[in-house]
Design a protein around this ligand. Structure first.
Ligand code: FE2
Length: 407
């Protein structure tokens, strides 16, 4: 692993750079049945279904569900006709991420600059307006069929995100014109308010691209969107006897936006990235979203009790885990404050580096295809990605790949 850059103390001013990205505004999923997917994410992961845009609000082409938790905002979209782009997307790829949207100061200026930098438009600037205010959006294409929408919100009013300049706050207001508050899943929303899962914001979003294309997309994020490389891993870092991958972590938004890009590396058997591509119509896409918690033990216990299916970590992992981590942390005057037995009982992975440690765990795929999954991550000083867990993790992943007949 190589740490290539650290984030600057302050981002360049908007006047200097229209591509100053403030934060992840929202993540849009295209789903076969968004209503049922909304129930799944609310029930299993503790999201609140706040607003909808569907036939009852005048949306004739698609249904959209707005889910929130902490500073995480998801839109789940299903096409209502065969010609809606979501219908085709689901036919080709199954359920998955279509759009990783960024909050910006000026959507048209950001879009124009990205095009000038060599980006391709997904759609031109458009103004969404109602009595509560105006939101301006425009989008560019990235890998596969994923897009990045630039979202310009007003400074105040229902469509402002009061927290956008104050990282990791809460409070979401209204999402967009066209959405209305809903009582759908009210009992579940009430239960979630009383029994929170503790997910706070999107820590990173990982893309899988084809063999040999990682550096192409690294350059795209640098040239078109002004990202900086934050870390990189090669196949010596991320390899088992069977499979390997390479990864470069791109960052923007004063470190609030991190987008690692993976490509498969040749191994004895099929890489997990190649398995993803095989079941994703040989098309790059978002592999996982890492959702941040301040209390890994609480979040994993809550998610397990709700039925979330996590990767199984073998007991043997914990025989080595503390021996590996504790001396490293002791050398910087730190130690793992979580109860070791509880970490093991909950099957959580732990890793440390010279800044601190992190706890993480990965779900199994969230839909029938072995494509998108979530990571639940808690950082205690470490800004890394769990390199020390790669071997144990990949062996656990390979067991699952083998069960699916894809190794
Ligand atoms: Fe991750």
């Amino acid at each position: 692993m190589t740490t290539l850059t650290t984030q600057p103390a302050s981002a360049p001013s908007f006047a200097a750079d229209p591509l100053t990205l403030i934060d992840v505004d929202h993540v849009r999923f295209y789903c076969g049945n968004a209503k049922q997917a909304a129930y799944f994410y609310c029930h299993c992961f503790g999201f609140t279904c706040e607003q909808v845009s569907d036939q009852t609000t005048g949306s004739r082409e698609a249904a959209h569900y707005y889910l929130t938790q902490g500073n995480i905002r998801f839109i789940l979209t299903s096409g209502l006709t065969k010609d809606h782009p979501a219908s085709r997307h689901v036919e080709l790829f199954g359920d998955g991420v279509k759009d990783v949207a960024f909050t910006v100061h000026n959507a048209e200026a950001a879009w124009k600059q990205a095009i000038k930098n060599g980006g391709t438009s997904a759609y031109e600037p458009r103004e969404m307006k109602d009595g509560d205010g105006t939101v301006i959006v425009a989008a560019i294409k990235t890998y596969g069929e994923v897009i990045h929408t630039f979202v310009q919100r007003p400074q105040s009013g229902p469509y402002a995100l009061p927290n956008v300049k104050q990282a990791h706050g809460t409070g979401t207001g209204k999402f967009m014109p066209g959405f209305a508050q809903t009582k759908l899943f009210k009992n579940l929303n009430d239960f979630n308010a009383k029994n929170p899962c503790g997910l706070k914001y999107t820590d990173h979003l990982v893309g899988n691209v084809e063999l040999g294309k990682m550096n192409h997309w690294v350059k795209f994020y640098e040239d078109v969107l002004g990202f900086k490389m934050f870390m990189s891993f090669d196949d010596k870092d991320i390899a088992t006897d069977y499979s390997a991958l390479m990864s470069k972590v791109m960052a923007s938004g004063q470190g609030l936006i991190k987008m690692p890009i993976n490509e498969p590396a040749p191994g004895k058997k099929k890489s997990q990235v190649q398995e993803y591509l095989d079941w994703h119509n040989n098309t790059p896409g978002v592999q996982h979203l890492a959702l941040r918690t301040d209390d890994e033990l609480h979040s994993i216990a809550a998610l397990r009790s709700r039925g979330v299916d996590f990767l199984s970590i073998p007991d043997s992992y914990y025989e080595q885990c503390w021996k590996r981590i504790e001396p490293m942390l002791a050398s910087i005057g730190k130690s793992v404050k979580e109860d070791h037995q509880k970490v093991k009982d909950l099957g959580i992975l732990v890793d440390a580096d010279d800044e601190g440690y992190l706890l993480q765990l990965f779900t199994k795929p969230l839909q029938d295809r072995p494509t998108l999954f979530f990571e639940i991550i808690c950082r205690r000083g470490s800004q890394a990605f769990g390199k020390g867990n790669f071997k144990a993790l990949f062996e656990a992943l390979e067991l699952e790949q083998e069960k699916r007949g894809n190794l």
